[in-house]
Design a protein around this ligand. Structure first.
Ligand SMILES: NC(=O)c1ccc[n+]([C@@H]2O[C@H](COP(=O)([O-])OP(=O)(O)OC[C@H]3O[C@@H](n4cnc5c(N)ncnc54)[C@H](OP(=O)(O)O)[C@@H]3O)[C@@H](O)[C@H]2O)c1
Length: 408
């Protein structure tokens, strides 16, 4: 695989170098936050379109405006928010246009993958010959990471097989990001809502996982703008399930109705939206509770971190319809003035992440059915989530009345 660079790479220690792959909103947030560290690591931004390399050559720098930008609407080229001290490379299977220097990628020690969810594991897989047990890879997507059980172990066995008791796969991390960042152009975003990052280890086998000791984890936790904290694997898994539920409600409905988040939670009227929210929540709760009980009985997540005595009832209660509903309405109030990312992607005619959100709920229900797991003896229904996937993928905006007619 080739890499083309816009500037000469220094001879910085490759062990410390952090590659940030996917220079969209979260890529910019991670790159800028890491660049502000006092003893900062060398950072390489990885893009996949030649146009971005050209753009960087003519106007280098990543701009991440603070939330105050929204009030002042300052000039987007204001240099006070521009950070230029990055290396940049384009990674591609294809050789670069003639006249451009390119080299083979070398082993990667630290990688942040900040693509959309549907591209994340595909990208790690594409890079697998440069990743090994010495590598740490942090995924920063919404949705459930694909390396969680039950598929993580299958992936690692197939792609990073180990011939000894030692782990041969990279240290896989997931970051749950609650910051809000939106784009105002190439390499330029607004950090509109300051929140936090929770990170920890994913994957099915946890063999000798260095966890918090890894260099990348230390750097992410030290970057004050990210406001990151570490979570043990079982807690990270549950947090990611809860965040998924919020995304499964707010994202598809705002994408279909092309509305701000808050419009979903307006009480009264003839709208079927509150009922659709409840149906989505019932289905998600049924899948999640069944999954958690199945995992407690058969899986590895709750047997680790010294938490084998997990309070099953408390966990089932945390994922009950009532608790998830309260959480979704609480978050809905906090983000009522925002446009969800799925709404933005749908409006821009881009592929959305609905397959990774509601699509994941549907696939997980099928998986649970395939292993004979039921919700207290009842089959799991996910027809409203299936409908959401279908409507979002059709990409036709609907009014609330038109949406109602799909559910009558
Ligand atoms: N933005 C937020 O506030 C926020 C908050 C929490 C979580 N998230 C989640 O974080 C993830 C990223 O969101 P985002 O807003 O940063 O999306 P985004 O702005 O679309 O950024 C993704 C970037 O990855 C690039 N990319 C895709 N494949 C690549 C490859 N093989 N090599 C290099 N670059 C590649 C894309 O380039 P092209 O578009 O040119 O293909 C795009 O620039 C999503 O899962 C989102 O749900 C976002």
């Amino acid at each position: 695989m080739c890499r083309a660079a816009a500037n000469r790479l220094s001879e910085d220690d490759e062990r410390r170098r952090i590659y940030v792959l996917g220079m969209g909103n979260l890529g910019r947030l991670f790159a800028v936050s890491l660049a502000k560290l006092p003893n900062r690591p060398p950072i390489t931004l990885v893009v996949h379109r030649p146009g971005l390399l050209e753009q960087w050559r003519s106007n280098p720098g990543v701009v991440l405006h603070p939330p105050s930008y929204l009030e002042g609407q300052k000039d987007t080229d204001d240099d006070s928010s521009r950070i230029t001290d990055f290396d940049i490379e384009m990674w591609s299977e294809a050789p670069p246009p003639s006249g451009q220097e390119s080299t083979e990628i070398s082993n990667i020690s630290n990688l942040v993958i900040s693509t959309k969810a549907q591209d994340a594991l595909k990208t790690a897989d594409w890079l697998r010959r440069y990743l090994g047990p010495e590598s740490t890879v942090a995924f920063a997507q919404n949705g459930m990471n694909k390396l969680w059980p039950p598929y993580g172990a299958i992936y690692n066995d197939a792609r990073h097989p180990s011939t000894s008791a030692e782990r041969a796969s990279p240290q896989w991390l997931a970051c749950i990001v609650t910051h809000g960042v939106f784009s105002i152009g190439p390499f330029a975003s607004v950090h509109a809502s300051l929140a936090d990052v929770v990170l920890g280890v994913v994957g099915d086998d946890d063999l000798a996982a260095p966890g918090q000791d890894s260099y990348l984890v230390q750097q992410i936790m030290a970057a004050s703008q990210l406001n990151a904290r570490w979570a043990p694997r079982h807690e990270l898994w549950v947090l990611q399930l809860e965040k998924l539920v919020v995304n499964c409600i707010i994202n598809p409905l705002t994408a279909i109705l092309r509305c701000k988040n808050g419009a979903l939670f307006v009480p009264g009227g003839e709208s079927a939206v509150p009922e659709i929210i409840d149906e989505l929540l019932e289905e998600a709760s049924s899948v999640l509770r069944t999954l958690v009980l199945h995992e407690i009985e058969n899986g590895t997540i709750f047997g680790q971190d010294g938490n084998s005595g997990t309070d099953k009832d408390a966990l089932v209660e945390r994922l009950s319809f009532k608790s998830l509903r309260a959480m979704v309405y609480r978050v809905g109030e906090l983000v009522k003035d925002n446009n969800s990312s799925m709404f933005q992607d749908a409006s821009a005619g881009k592929k959305t992440e609905v397959g990774e959100m509601n699509g994941w709920v549907v696939e997980m229900a099928r998986y649970l059915e395939s292993v004979g797991a039921t919700d207290g003896g009842k089959p799991i229904s996910v027809k409203t989530n299936e409908k959401m996937v279908d409507l979002v993928e059709k990409a036709v905006p609907l009014s609330k009345d038109e949406l109602n007619s799909h559910f009558l």
